[in-house]
Design a protein around this ligand. Structure first.
Ligand code: MSP
Length: 512
């Protein structure tokens, strides 16, 4: 059995607090891609979870006067409820405190420890540690003496640790990225990774003795495994590493690790090297997206920019929520959230764009044909819609396969815009008044309804709720989730006679 599954992962999140919209940004992107691959008929394994060990977590629990285990047990449902509400269709949810994961981490540690190259050795380390990053920095990394990512003070820590010989893997990593440039995307991030590797890699410590909240090293239980070594291994735990070799062969290497740019070096340097040291293949691709800001600022609890996803989903609806973040920000770059831009997108693209298109077409089908899709008697009346659709579908697929998520959606909106323009040109409301032009009217409404059918399929990975409402209004007998690309986007599949209904508007307009 070889690889037969599209395996995509989100990072596993620190449950030291509840999610904010930055965390959900990853989760929605991964879900969009996962649903798209399912729509292509692929077997998909979408993995997410929580990263429950480490000093930062232990301290969060201490502040709350709880044990770390009780803390993470209480937090986990708070994350899952967000993913459920945002329609995130993960296939597995891994918690690093689960026995299956602890066993896999120990197996990975043992594999590296016993690889015959002394890749794990005992040493001592003194360095500047950022607890929020769970990582050491050197003086030169700091910005105004603070952690470059969190802007928080670092602590001088000294420990006797086991080290991983990362320095031995620079050449193999460079070879890997040379052979497979697409292994880090986008290109700016790849260049960043290459320059870090060329700048020289330092061994990093993979164990801690200063606290107990972690996985014990199998050969020296005084030490607990460094949280990043532990966390990265989640991706292979869930794929059956060491527990189910057949399944592992089908799943590994993962197709895409989707991450934020802040955790790039862990995924694109540490992780492939760890895998190489254990005799396993590196991931096929690490895709690092940008950062979301609020009012131009980093999100944080203290300045009230740590927005919980429900605050937006309650107001805009889940579909609009998912759409906004994937369409507004060029995927890969940083982007700013603002309430105003979200209202604008909602009203322009969804309420006036797609929603209006659907309600106009369904209303006219109702008044002119009692809701039944007419026979497209005149070829000419469909105008350029079939070509516009075919071209946009092609671009949509190309962009999605390359994880250019905002461009994929822009391609879909080329269809929406053209279809609205087509209605303005064809003026079916006038045709309806002229019995001599009944065939023209039938052709125009068939073409419009067929466009709506294809749009429902195309938006289903990003707006699953709106897609199924639209599908139900179109009255198509075959279920939406049985549709497969590319066949489902081929022009002409809508059966005349299909009984449509106007129904409620897909996206009610919002006041600013
Ligand atoms: N636990 C580690 C990841 C381990 S993966 C083996 C971690 N957790 S995190 O909760 O801090 O971050 C999880 C993800 O959320 C990261 O991909 C991070 O980039 C993303 N984001 C957190 N804040 C973000 C924004 N403001 N904007 C976009 N993504 C952000 O790191």
């Amino acid at each position: 059995m070889g690889r037969d599954t599209f395996f995509i992962t989100s990072p596993i999140y620190y449950p030291n607090d509840v999610p904010h919209i930055g965390h959900a940004y990853d989760a929605v992107a991964v879900d969009f891609v996962a649903r798209y691959h399912r729509l292509r008929g692929e077997e998909v394994f979408h993995l997410t979870g929580t990263d429950e060990h480490g000093l930062n977590l232990q301290r969060a629990a201490e502040r709350a006067g709880m044990s770390p285990q009780a803390w993470v047990d209480g937090m986990e449902p708070r994350w899952r409820e967000v993913w459920a509400r945002l329609a995130i269709t993960y296939d597995d949810y891994i918690r690093t405190t689960e026995p299956r994961h602890e066993a896999a981490v120990q197996r990975l540690l043992t594999a590296v420890h016993e690889n015959g190259r002394d890749d794990i050795y005992l040493g001592s380390y003194e360095g500047l540690y950022c607890v929020a990053c769970e990582a050491y920095y050197v003086e030169g990394d700091l910005v105004d003496g603070m952690c470059p990512i969190h802007g928080r003070p670092v602590e001088l820590l000294r420990e006797e640790n086991y080290f991983f010989r990362l320095s031995a893997y620079a050449d193999r990593l460079l070879e890997h990225y040379d052979r497979t440039p697409s292994a880090v995307e986008p290109e700016t991030r790849r260049n960043e990774v290459l320059s870090l590797i060329r700048g020289g890699l330092q061994d990093f410590s993979i164990s801690r003795t200063s606290f107990r909240w972690g996985v014990q090293l199998p050969w020296d239980p005084q030490h607990v495994c460094y949280v990043w070594f532990d966390a990265l291994a989640n991706y292979i735990t869930a794929a059956g590493y060491g527990s189910d070799p057949e399944r592992f062969a089908r799943l590994w290497p993962a197709n895409i690790h989707m991450i934020g740019k802040d955790i790039l070096r862990f995924h694109a340097i540490y992780w492939p090297a760890m895998l190489m040291a254990a005799g396993e293949e590196p991931p096929t691709q690490v895709w690092a997206h940008g950062f979301l800001t609020v009012g131009g600022q980093k999100m944080s609890k203290t300045n009230a920019t740590g927005i919980h996803p429900f605050e937006l989903a309650d107001h805009f609806g889940v579909d609009s929520y998912r759409y906004y973040f994937m369409r507004e920000i060029r995927f890969g770059e940083d982007g700013n959230f603002s309430w105003e831009s979200m209202v604008d997108r909602h009203n322009a693209d969804l309420a006036n764009g797609l929603g209006n298109l659907a309600s106009r077409v369904l209303a006219m089908l109702g008044t002119s044909f009692g809701g039944a899709v007419p026979e497209p008697a005149l070829e000419g009346s469909q105008g350029d819609l079939p070509e516009v659709v075919a071209d946009a579908v092609r671009r949509y697929e190309e962009h999605l396969l390359a994880v250019r998520l905002h461009e994929a959606l822009a391609a879909v909106w080329d269809i929406v815009d053209r279809a609205n323009g087509y209605l303005v040109e064809k003026e079916p409301w006038k045709l309806a008044k002229d019995p001599a032009r009944a065939d023209d009217l039938a052709g125009v409404l068939y073409a419009s309804a067929e466009t709506l059918r294809i749009l429902a399929v195309l938006i289903s990975p990003i707006m699953p709720g709106a897609a199924s409402r639209l599908w139900a209004q179109l009255g198509i007998a075959e279920p939406l989730d049985a549709q497969r690309l590319p066949a489902a986007a081929r022009w002409g599949a809508l059966d005349p006679g299909t009984k449509t209904t106007k129904g409620e508007s897909l996206f009610p307009r919002l006041e600013a």
